[in-house]
Design a protein around this ligand. Structure first.
Ligand code: URA
Length: 202
């Protein structure tokens, strides 16, 4: 990764960061995308949710988690009293992906793509300064925690990214195919809520 580019991104405020993502050509994914998917939510949200990459619907609509997996995520968040919002409708969550562009046919992200996109996510976390991060799926976890263990081994504990507590859980698209793990994902959300409440009490 180009150090100069990473340093420039690390110094950006929201408007520049948004423009920079929208115009990004740092990897080949820019060729197949309809648009970039920056993320959605309040710029000082207390919760940050980090997913994998835009799918077909996200690429079309420009918003993360708007397809089937997103409906599940929204339901789970709603159960915690959290909703997605926008600049005019403050919310407690900011939702972002590890990759801002859709990989062709939703294939897995490649290491070089993750590396090129990482400075954007890092800057988003720095600007939001969430009290808790929920990392969904192995690519979000690998990127934020530098751990390649299976989700099943990393969930149930509180990790940290830059001093911010990180709770790990299954990706909602995985949960759609593995319904029995939904109960575990719910436990993970409850752990995240506990962590959040502890953070507020400090
Ligand atoms: N899966 C993700 O990880 N992110 C999205 O935005 C949609 C599906």
């Amino acid at each position: 990764v180009d150090g100069e580019r990473a340093r420039a991104i690390a110094g950006m405020a929201w408007p520049q960061l948004r423009e920079s993502v929208a115009a990004c050509q740092a990897c080949g994914l820019c060729e197949g995308r309809k648009q970039t998917v920056f993320g959605v939510g309040h710029e000082q949200a207390h919760w940050m949710i980090v997913g994998e990459a835009p799918g077909e619907q996200e690429d079309l609509q420009g918003e993360p988690f708007v397809g089937q997996a997103g409906k599940l995520l929204d339901n789970m968040l709603r159960a915690l009293g959290l909703t997605r919002g926008d600049a005019e409708a403050p919310t407690q969550v900011f939702i972002a992906n590890t990759l801002k562009c859709r990989p062709p046919r939703n294939r897995n992200p490649e290491p070089a793509e993750l590396a090129q996109c990482l400075p954007y996510l890092q800057r988003q976390v720095e600007l939001v300064k969430p009290r808790v991060i929920l990392a969904l799926g192995r690519f979000a976890v690998q990127t934020l925690l530098q751990r390649s263990d299976a989700i099943g081994r990393l969930r149930g504990q509180v990790h940290a990214y830059q001093g911010i507590p990180v709770v790990v859980s299954y990706h909602p698209a995985y949960l759609l195919r593995n319904l029995p793990d939904k109960a575990r994902a719910w436990e993970d959300l409850c752990l995240a809520r506990e962590v959040y409440q502890r953070q507020l009490a400090e």
